[in-house]
Design a protein around this ligand. Sequence first.
Ligand SMILES: *[C@@H]1O[C@H](CO)[C@@H](O)[C@H](O)[C@H]1NC(C)=O
Ligand SMILES: *[C@@H]1O[C@H](CO)[C@@H](O)[C@H](O)[C@H]1NC(C)=O
Ligand SMILES: *[C@@H]1O[C@H](CO)[C@@H](O)[C@H](O)[C@H]1NC(C)=O
Ligand SMILES: *[C@@H]1O[C@H](CO)[C@@H](O)[C@H](O)[C@H]1NC(C)=O
Length: 414
Amino acid sequence: MSSTRMLSTGSLTVLSLAQSVLGGTLKQCTGTLELSCHNDTKVADTCCFNYPGGSLLQTQFWDTDPVVGPDDSWTIHGLWPDHCDGTYDATCDSKRAYKNISDILKSAGNDDLLSYMETFWLPNDSIGEEFWEHEWGKHGTCVSTLNPSCFTDYKATDEVPYYFNTTVSLFKSLPTYKWLADAGITPSSSKTYKLSDIQAALSKNHNGETVYVSCSGNAIEQVYYYFNVRGSVATGEFVPASPDNGDDGGCPSTGVKYLPKNGGGGGGSTTTTTSKPTSTTSGGSSPTPPPTGSFSGKGYLNAVVDGSKKGCIIGSGSWYTTGTCATFTAASSGSGFTLKSSKGYCSASGGSLTCSSGISSADADVFAADGTNLANSGGNDWYADSVPGGSTQGTVYSEKGSHKTTLQIQWQSV
Ligand SMILES: *[C@@H]1O[C@H](CO)[C@@H](O)[C@H](O)[C@H]1NC(C)=O
Ligand SMILES: *[C@@H]1O[C@H](CO)[C@@H](O)[C@H](O)[C@H]1NC(C)=O
Ligand SMILES: *[C@@H]1O[C@H](CO)[C@@H](O)[C@H](O)[C@H]1NC(C)=O
Ligand SMILES: *[C@@H]1O[C@H](CO)[C@@H](O)[C@H](O)[C@H]1NC(C)=O
């Protein structure tokens, strides 16, 4: 258990286990605690009373294009402290907008939490780490009960694991997919539903309070579960509440679609593919792209599997799915461009993508672009043994061989 490790790192204080497993030690909230958004008088201690963000929203996505997460589960958007009237503060402390969420969780012994997040808390257009940084920086830093002043012997980042643990715990207690399925509301490319039936199925499981449902076009896309909290976000009681944002979510009252993530679904009438079309190198009629395509200046090399961004290339030329993307410089050279990271020039001539100080500018490969993709012999496929989990760094091969995973490498200017 992570607790053993935390306790053996040597503080002489007698730690309260429940309060210290995740990060630093939160001050205890004792006595009669006020429910957020419900106080009649001023409450001075905002470490035990969420203020001004007293309305806590656990927000979830149903992303079908591109698909995010398992076919039979909604995914986490975040945990947002809103004022009790639909307004909210954002990015409350830029000094605490940490850029190393995965490392913080790992170093606090939260590997299980992180691996859950890698499946259930992913964005549709970037990697987990970037999304978590965004949610933490924009919303997490505004949670008054996780303020540094709420900790004894606060050390930077102590508050972060609490935010992620609480968000994941709440999400686990809010199984939207199951609740809808229990009411006969299942994804389908052809069936439609009444908004009131969707709302009834969710509200029934939220103590009768309304759950905010939003649509993109006619299709459901997000749900927000509102709570008021008695005590700290880390340890307090979450009491179901109704939306206070005065927004109707934009769904039609009838004909609401709940599209399947796998593109198949009940109707059987359509087979949609969620992969982004990639350009093909076909006959002479296609225009020749400029030799550098979009590869110029500074950028990230995103790794795309089955049309979804799964990770990115790191400085050595390997890839991973969590963590910060390395910045590469693409410089026009001969019939294409060279790529260079902080480690050095890149080459794939040894069979795998490698960037190192041992590669001189003369030995650097001249790469070509296929639109936004990094071209490889015969197309834009690169290969790996698998999609690496956690912080594992996987090799990117230039030849298929026995490597089962195919990926594309796409440029993102920064
Ligand atoms: C609730 O508590 C906050 C924080 O102390 C305070 O600013 C606000 O005025 C209180 N609300 C009422 C109705 O007293
Ligand atoms: C994360 O970043 C913060 C601020 O930059 C730093 O204080 C902290 O030591 C880092 N934590 C880990 C585990 O890398
Ligand atoms: C990704 O999600 C954001 C936020 O909901 C949305 O605005 C955007 O359109 C989505 N992008 C794609 C490619 O679906
Ligand atoms: C994570 O949050 C849940 C719900 O608030 C809590 O019961 C649990 O103790 C927390 N986990 C740890 C390791 O503190």
